[in-house]
Design a binder for this molecule. Structure first.
Ligand SMILES: *Cc1c(COP(=O)(O)O)cnc(C)c1O
Length: 469
């Protein structure tokens, strides 16, 4: 299988070649020339598989240049009961009102990003080792992404991680998660500034091409294809757990920000998994809800982005959205270049004439959930089902209930655990004990490793130099 760019100006590449890549050189996103088709026979054979076996069957359709035995080893090492808390890896449960919840957040950092990052960490190590290469990840985080990357890459050969975060802006839990890592190849840097300042430093280092080249600087962000592909697997797993046979259809409801998670659902549907609808749930930052309701895509600036109680969805430019629009526009790169020229000019675009196709052929619908909805949903699920769901998952449950049709099976993706967001949980249900996986007890008391630096790219560069020279 070969990969092409949505912008049409990049040579065809193999899976291994794009694994370490962020944006394509032409500014687009990489994706397969064609999605592999899944037949009824394949679905029948896959229904009884374990998560690991299933992930292997799916990922091998995309990673065709990695020998199967090697790929199997990477996957077997990734999706273990030890890392994800159960043999099922992503168990599905049913709330009293019939809405199903697929647990994607029982990995090391208690958010769904582990599902992809843990795979990517092992795949990176494999490819780097094979090609005798080194990679130094420089990233900026306000919480979930940075910790997922660090837990995926800790102790890996050939990789160092330099992670910037805004000093004092993350929760005590998030700080403890990242800064307690004692691995030599993890470097935490707290910047005296905001998240945007951290991102500006990353951009500034990236733009120093000589430095970037010399120190093999790369990134891991949500546009990375390896992450999307690993996510496709859990849509299949969720489908099999939520149904008895392959004639049934399932709708997935996905708490969304960068459109990375639901993009994998779109691909699973294109491959032939019987998905009825893909329900995009947003918070107050509702750019995607607006698009799926009106066909207008109007990305906003950082200043126009609300800080909410489902913070991992506080995004106003959905970086993976371009992959879906590429399919919607019959894979015409000229169209994509024209549409994203409008985005670049701060205007956005309208595809209102495509709404019937977006709904009927692609199955997309959407809804949004606000702070009070989130609290009410957390409270209601707690009272009825006796369990605590996290604020992002609550946004999904709220929207799923709103759009559910008679007889429709809806699986809501659980994107984080309540333990990560105790302040909002307490606001919703009062001072209750919030369950936390035993392995994280005492996390905040562990010694922490972090360097605090002024908001200055040169100082960050000198830390990188010192470590690598
Ligand atoms: C990242 C994240 C999301 C949003 O996922 P996207 O792939 O960016 O749409 C939702 N919930 C949680 C908890 C997350 O960490």
């Amino acid at each position: 299988m070969k990969y092409i760019s949505t912008r049409g100006q990049t040579d065809r590449k193999s899976f291994s070649e794009i694994l370490l890549m962020g944006l394509a050189p032409d500014g687009g996103l990489m994706l397969p020339e064609a999605y592999p088709a899944v037949s009824e026979t394949m679905l029948d054979q896959w229904r009884g598989l374990s998560y690991r076996e299933l992930a292997f069957e799916i990922i091998r359709l995309f990673a065709t240049d990695i020998p199967e035995a090697d790929l199997r080893r990477i996957i077997d090492r990734t999706y273990t009961e030890e890392a994800f808390g159960s043999a099922d890896i992503t168990p599905v449960r049913t709330l009293k009102d019939g809405i199903k919840i697929q647990a994607l957040s029982n990995g090391p950092t208690l958010a769904f990003k582990d599902m992809a990052m843990q795979f990517l960490g092992n795949a990176f190590e494999y490819v780097l080792n094979k090609e005798n290469k080194q990679l130094n990840i420089l990233g900026a985080t306000s919480g979930d992404t940075g910790s997922a990357a660090e837990y995926a890459l800790r102790g890996k050969k050939g990789v160092n991680v330099f992670m910037l975060s805004p000093e004092g802006k993350m929760s005590a839990f998030q700080r403890a998660q990242m800064f307690s890592l004692q691995d030599e190849n993890i470097v935490n840097i707290a910047v005296k500034g905001m998240f945007d300042d951290c991102q500006d430093i990353v951009k500034s280092v990236q733009n120093d091409h000589a430095f970037k080249e010399k120190y093999h600087i790369g990134t891991v962000n949500s546009i990375n294809w390896g992450r999307i592909v690993a996510q496709v697997a859990y849509y299949f797993a969720g489908y099999f757990r939520a149904t008895d046979n392959n004639r049934q259809e399932v709708s997935f409801c996905v708490p969304s920000g960068n459109f990375g998670n639901v993009c994998a659902g779109h691909i699973a549907k294109q491959m032939g998994l019987p998905i009825r609808r893909l329900i995009v749930a947003t918070n107050e930052n509702d750019v995607l809800d607006q698009f799926f309701k009106t066909g207008e895509y109007r990305p906003r600036t950082t200043e126009q982005t609300y800080v909410t109680s489902s913070p991992s969805m506080d995004i106003s430019k959905a970086s993976n959205f371009e992959r879906f629009v590429f399919d919607l526009m019959a894979r015409d790169s000229d169209e994509i270049n024209a549409l994203w020229a409008e985005v670049g000019a701060g205007k956005g675009f309208s595809l209102a004439h495509k709404l019937p196709e977006i709904r009927e052929k692609y199955g997309f619908v959407s809804g949004r959930s606000l702070h009070q909805d989130r609290l009410a949903t957390i409270r209601q699920v707690y009272e009825t089902d006796g369990e605590l769901i996290d604020p992002h998952t609550a946004d999904g449950v709220k929207v799923a209930r709103e759009v559910r049709e008679d007889g429709e099976i809806i699986v809501c993706l659980e994107t984080a655990l309540a333990a990560k967001f105790d302040a909002t949980i307490r606001e919703a249900v009062g001072d209750v004990a919030i369950p936390r996986p035993a392995k994280l007890n005492g996390l905040e008391d562990l010694p922490q490793r972090v360097q605090v630096v002024p908001n200055n790219a040169d100082i960050v560069k000198s830390i990188i130099r010192e470590k690598l020279d």
